[in-house]
Design a protein around this ligand. Structure first.
Ligand code: ATP
Length: 247
């Protein structure tokens, strides 16, 4: 389990994350919803060890305290991060990108096992092993990014807006892929502006507003919450049966 307690980030005097506490277990999808500038990317980057956070902030994975460790040690501990823009090498092939994901020490020993796992999850990548990633569709590139992250043998996969810039059809494909990853037993922490599709696949969700968590609940409950419908789902807050309309 990934556990975060009281994590705060300051950019100068601006507090971009305020006392954030969440948990993510293996085998569940947790989504953090929030408007532009709410602090979603900041939060993920802090967990990944990229953005420093204030003293007192606590991060642990599988019971091991990994607070304030540098990014490569966070990956080594079992957290993989797919940043906005995917963080893949677009001039390299699918196979080369996947191999680079197996860099952590722990993952090197399990490289062939993890490769089998990725190709089983995403058979399309097996067919396209030699393809230069730049020439693939946005959805396929996101698949490479997720596959590459899985090659690091993580307990938890974190993704920053994986649906950004994709057509509705490709978005759907990405969210379906995340469900497959959950079935494989990984925990997923997802940051999204696409509330409709992310709530449809998530187990639990947190709402982030002005750097603070203002609400948390089961995704199946939040989807019917009038405030959530109004702020994130384009409703007027009095719909019923919204769930039925979800893809
Ligand atoms: P978006 O959905 O638009 O990406 P977000 O919820 O991910 O937004 P963040 O990118 O985390 O929001 O930004 C939170 C706040 O912190 C914003 O007001 C942003 O301008 C500010 N911010 C982010 N990075 C920095 C930085 N390196 N230096 C100063 N301020 C920053």
């Amino acid at each position: 389990m990934l556990e975060i307690k009281n994590l705060s980030v300051f950019y100068g005097r601006h507090r971009a994350a305020e006392d954030l506490s969440i948990t993510v277990s293996q085998g569940e999808i947790v989504v953090i919803l929030g408007a532009n500038g709410a602090g979603k990317s900041t939060f993920l980057r802090a967990i990944a060890g990229i953005t420093p956070y204030a003293r007192g902030g606590f991060v642990s994975i599988e019971g091991n305290d990994i607070s304030h460790l540098p990014p490569h040690e966070i990956v080594e501990a079992g957290i993989a991060f797919v940043p906005e823009g995917r963080g893949i090498f677009s001039d390299l092939t699918v196979k080369e990108n996947l191999a680079l994901g197996a860099n952590p020490l722990r993952a090197r020993k399990k490289q062939s096992e993890n490769l089998k796992r990725v190709l089983k999850l995403f058979p399309k990548l097996a067919e396209r092993k030699g393809q230069i990633v730049r020439t693939m569709s946005g959805g396929e590139q996101q698949m490479v990014a997720i596959g590459r992250a899985i090659m690091s043998s993580p307990y938890i996969l974190m993704l920053d807006e994986p649906s950004l810039g994709l057509s509705p059809l490709l978005c759907k494909e990405v969210f379906q892929n995340l469900m497959k990853v959950r079935e494989a037993g990984l925990g997923i922490l997802l940051v999204e502006q696409n509330a409709k599709q992310s709530l449809a696949i998530a187990d639990r969700a947190y709402l982030l507003e002005n750097s603070r968590i203002i609400k948390e609940d089961l995704a199946s409950i939040l989807v019917d919450d009038p405030a959530v419908q109004k702020a994130y789902l384009g409703g007027n807050g009095d719909e019923t049966g919204f769930k039925e309309k979800l893809v």
